[in-house]
Ligand binder design. Structure first.
Ligand SMILES: Cc1ncc(COP(=O)(O)O)c(C=O)c1O
Length: 367
């Protein structure tokens, strides 16, 4: 029986612009091989930093390129938590699991979970946590668009309140936005970075979802005060990030491929999102399960009928040839027992209905 993966949060292979990237990598070496095949600076390849700076309306001196945006998160965690035991950061609950592990397991820092609902992170929860009087948090980490794992998007009103709270409390916000451009419907909202002006907000994104994750090119738009410390960490960690993929991207964007490729990728993924929502309506409708309706990104969040043990269900589902990630993996405090993250990004379009049907047929038994 074919395995159907709703677990893998990666793009389907046909999303990857393989031939174009092969041409761009070749041109990058031909055009600037002596630079990109040598060591560079900790901040990364200057022409790509210029392109990103222009897109965000900031001086390229504030752009830090990293080998994937997760590496930027590790640098930030290192800056705030290394050799300083007992650090804290505000995080969404649920949230993307890898940075949670980075904070806890590499740096012994405490992620303080703040609830979110259909409109994203709850600013009241942030306000309470700020008023708590406990040790200051190093930063607030939020994923405002099509959040991993919930697929939810932070509303405009909440964006404004979170920025106001950050400004009033001198709280640094890490706006982690790899999915923002991967939008299938609805209108884009202003980023926290734009609403703030960039003093209290680090904007982070990546070319993993818009072009290809294997390039491992992510970036931070930093407040000026953080440029030197993070550049020093980057420099002592990797000397410079990998320049060849960065230069390949420069060829890609200069060749006018970025927007058409993004449109093509959004078309492929929208069809998967739609198929998953249709399949959930058909197979989970009336069971008491509820799920999010993402306007973009890779994931949706499924709350199984009350009492379902998602861990037990996952074991049975794996036997039946379908996988997902159980909700508890995305909480720092063991919540999410009856929930799942379903990724629609990787699975073949024509397997989605079958996979959801297999899951639905198992739910009643997993309590
Ligand atoms: C919310 C979020 N942030 C960051 C990343 C890391 O992306 P990358 O390191 O590929 O840029 C991911 C990857 O899935 C993600 O979902």
């Amino acid at each position: 029986m074919a395995q159907i993966s709703f677990a893998r949060g990666v793009p389907a292979p046909e999303c990857l612009p393989v031939e174009l990237l092969a041409e761009c990598a070749k041109s990058a070496i031909e055009r600037d091989g002596k630079t990109v095949l040598s060591y560079g600076t900790g901040l990364g390849y200057a022409p790509l930093r210029e392109w990103i700076g222009a897109r965000h309306g900031v001086d390229p001196g504030r752009i830090l390129l990293t080998n994937g945006s997760l590496q930027g998160f590790v640098y930030l965690a290192q800056h705030f938590f290394a050799l300083k035991p007992g650090g804290r950061a505000f995080v969404e609950a649920p949230t993307y699991d890898r940075p949670l592990l980075v904070m806890r397991d590499f740096f012994g820092a405490e992620p303080v979970g703040l609830d979110l609902d259909d409109d994203g992170l709850d600013p009241d929860a942030l306000e309470h946590a700020l008023a708590d009087g406990g040790q200051r948090a190093g930063f607030l980490w939020t994923i405002p668009n099509f959040q991993n794992p919930s697929g939810r998007t932070l509303s405009l009103e909440r964006r404004k309140r979170i920025v106001e709270l950050a400004q009033a409390n001198d709280l640094l916000v890490l706006e982690d936005d790899p999915y923002g451009l991967v939008r299938y419907d609805g209108d884009a909202l202003p980023s926290l970075f734009e609403l703030d002006g960039g003093d209290h907000v680090i904007y982070s994104s990546s070319f993993s979802k818009t072009v290809a994750p294997g390039l491992r090119v992510g970036y931070f738009v930093l407040p000026q005060a953080l440029v030197k410390p993070l550049e020093a960490i980057a420099n002592s960690t990797t000397i410079s990030p990998s320049l060849l993929p960065e230069a390949t991207l420069v060829e890609f964007v200069r060749g006018g491929h970025f927007e058409p490729n993004l449109e093509r990728v959004c078309g492929l993924l929208k069809a998967r999102r739609d198929a998953m929502l249709d399949a959930l309506d058909e197979h989970f409708g009336g069971t008491g399960a509820t799920w999010s309706h993402p306007e973009g990104g890779y994931f949706l969040w499924l709350d199984f009928p009350e009492g379902t043990d998602a861990g037990a269900l996952l074991a049975q589902a794996t036997e039946a040839g379908v996988t997902f990630v159980k909700g508890a993996d995305f909480y720092a405090d063991g919540r999410g027992r009856s929930s799942a993250r379903l990724a629609f990004s990787f699975v073949d379009l024509d397997q989605i209905d079958d996979g959801v049907a297999r899951l639905a047929s198992l739910v009643g038994a997993a309590v």
